[in-house]
Design a protein around this ligand. Structure first.
Ligand SMILES: [Zn+2]
Length: 161
């Protein structure tokens, strides 16, 4: 994806208030992010365990979503990210919920998805980050990327309502 700036990121959020978007923790080392290998930009707030964010290109613009990660159970089990289909053991996958945009969100509605806890789906897909065990698939990398971005687009549509 194209490299993002902090103002781009803050202006992209669809499911939080302008004040929240202004205050939320944006990574400082944006220059060092591996933009060429990213299908979306996701990060965790290092100061608040439950807060996670992702920003993706969508229909020529940017869509940012604020997420809440469910508390980790600490149980050792295997689970799969619904975007990149990477299987992780332990806490590598989290249930993340996003408040819906607009009126539905103000009424308390949210949508959830199981996502890689570190939101590094793009890097797992490309083998730039190791999750230990890959799904044994015959489809090509571009096909996997397409599948992931389609799943992400569906998730973003659900958030936007
Ligand atoms: Zn993932």
């Amino acid at each position: 994806m194209v490299p993002l700036t902090e103002p781009d990121i803050r202006a992209s959020f669809v499911n939080c208030t302008k004040g929240e978007a202004k205050r939320l923790a944006v990574p400082r080392d944006l220059d060092e992010a591996p933009w060429a290998d990213l299908d979306f930009f996701g990060w965790r707030d290092p100061a608040a365990d439950e807060r996670a964010y992702l920003v993706a290109e969508s229909g020529g613009g940017l869509v940012g979503v604020a997420l809440r990660a469910a508390p980790q159970t600490g149980r050792v089990r295997r689970s799969m990210c619904s975007l990149c289909l990477t299987t992780h053991t332990g806490d590598g996958v989290s249930l993340m919920t996003a408040r819906k945009a607009g009126r539905e969100g103000r009424q308390g509605n949210s949508v959830g998805a199981y996502l890689c806890t570190d939101l590094a789906c793009s890097l797992y897909l490309r083998g730039k980050k190791d999750a230990g065990r890959r799904l044994d698939e015959t489809i090509t990398l571009p096909e996997k990327i397409e599948r992931t971005t389609a799943s992400l687009a569906a998730f973003l549509d659900r958030v936007r309502g």
